[in-house]
Design a protein around this ligand. Structure first.
Ligand SMILES: [Zn+2]
Length: 412
């Protein structure tokens, strides 16, 4: 049990922390650093999105890399106690980060999830990773009041249970929160991964000026987190804030969402559906520079779409901006439901964000749709922008939720 490991700081005889099983460190990129330091981007899209460590997938690399690599690590003597550990459990990787009381990262690590090994093995390695991280920093158990864990759903948040997570086959009906707590030796706060990412942006990212915000994560699906003051809208059955399933199309021939229902936002704006809409447009016979690349054997992805749109291909640009229009329609429903201070767009499919002309056009098209459809006072005041924490949002948010819970308990 990692409670033993954490006491490694007290007892040198316990070496759990020293022999880290985590070997996959985050990489850094000077090019990205130069890009951010230089302000406005003049680099081509390929340079913006290039990721030598990860092959192109359906949407891999779209705009995400820029921020992910640039999160600063602060030194222990610059940090403010207490410290919190955030664990971001994903279908592919587990990320673990230690942050200070102001949400600044002291250390982050990741390792493969290796989901076929099962949830108990995963819980054990997450607990171990927490211990390793603390020992690497020389932190004592008393320095860390609580750990946060963000996980894919479906889940039962109050019970700390995974139910049937699509990205973690076989990790069904598993008490993940309590198992990680036992293996780490710390009390654990548990959250949906999209909510955790939203909380990270709310705490120290693009939403840090807001008292209420919605975050939409655009990728293979559409994740969502809603935060009002410090409260995450988990819902009565841990299925709240599933905004990817807002209905935007009532037609009989509406597109069918991955959940099986027709007309949902995700069926128009998630990466696989953006690709599908593009394929249908091409099947209609319009000229496009996409055709040559597909004929050459390349896979049609949102990245390819973005590159061709930036190069002047009308079809590609139309698809991207049509995606923004659909998204804007969905967001208007959220604005009329919640009336938040801000909307934050994160995830891999954000077309280069504000650093790229296409990313700016994407955002402006969403704003245009909001102006067209929302109550004037909302349309006038809502702030919409891209997320700023990239791939760090999940563990930072999980740590932030742990901090929130600890503070509430301390004041109770
Ligand atoms: Zn759906």
């Amino acid at each position: 049990m990692c409670g033993d490991a954490v006491s490694a700081a007290r007892s040198p005889a316990t070496k759990c922390a020293v022999q880290s099983i985590i070997t996959n460190r985050f990489t850094t990129s000077n090019r990205v650093g130069q890009l951010r330091a230089g302000g406005d981007c003049r680099l081509p899209l390929r340079a913006l999105y290039s990721d030598p460590h990860r092959p192109w997938g359906l949407w891999a690399g779209l705009g995400k890399r820029v921020v992910e690599d640039f999160r600063q690590i602060i030194a222990r003597d610059q940090a403010k106690a207490p410290f919190f550990v955030g664990v971001d459990l994903g279908g592919t990787n587990i990320k673990v980060g230690v942050v200070d009381d102001e949400g600044r990262t002291l250390l982050k690590r990741k390792q493969p999830t290796n989901s076929p090994a099962g949830p108990e093995d995963g819980a054990r390695r997450m607990g171990q990773a927490v211990c390793d991280a603390l020992a690497e920093l020389g932190l004592k158990p008393d320095d860390v009041p609580r750990v946060g864990l963000g996980s894919p759903g479906t889940m039962d948040v109050p019970a700390g249970m995974l139910l049937e997570p699509h990205n973690l086959q076989g990790w069904f009906d598993f008490p993940i929160r309590d198992r990680v707590a036992e293996h780490s030796g710390f009390p654990v706060s548990f959250a949906n991964d999209a909510n955790a990412a939203a909380f990270g942006e709310y705490w120290v990212g693009a939403g840090s000026d807001y008292t209420s915000m919605v975050m939409l994560t655009l990728g293979t699906g559409i994740g969502c987190g809603i935060i009002i003051d410090d409260l995450l809208i988990d819902g009565e059955n841990s299925h709240g804030a599933e905004c990817g399933h807002i209905i935007i199309d009532l037609d009989d021939d509406a597109r069918v969402c991955g959940c099986g229902q027709p007309g949902h936002l995700e069926a128009y704006c998630s990466a696989p559906h953006v690709v599908r809409r593009t394929e249908e447009t091409l099947a209609g016979g319009r000229a496009s520079t996409l055709r040559a690349r597909i004929a050459a054997g390349q896979t049609l992805t949102p990245l390819m779409l973005a590159e061709e749109a930036e190069s002047g291909d009308a079809v590609s640009r139309e698809i991207v901006l049509e995606t923004a229009r659909f998204l804007g329609i969905g967001i208007v429903t959220l604005l009329h439901t919640i009336d938040p201070a801000g909307v934050v767009l994160g995830g891999a499919m954000t077309f280069g964000r504000n650093e790229a002309p296409l990313g700016r056009a994407f955002r402006e098209r969403i704003e245009e749709e909001i102006r067209r459809r929302a109550f004037p006072v909302i349309a006038e005041r809502i702030k919409l922008d891209y997320a700023s924490l990239g791939g760090d949002a999940g563990y930072i948010g999980a740590a932030g939720i742990a901090r929130r819970d600890w503070r509430k308990l301390a004041n109770a």
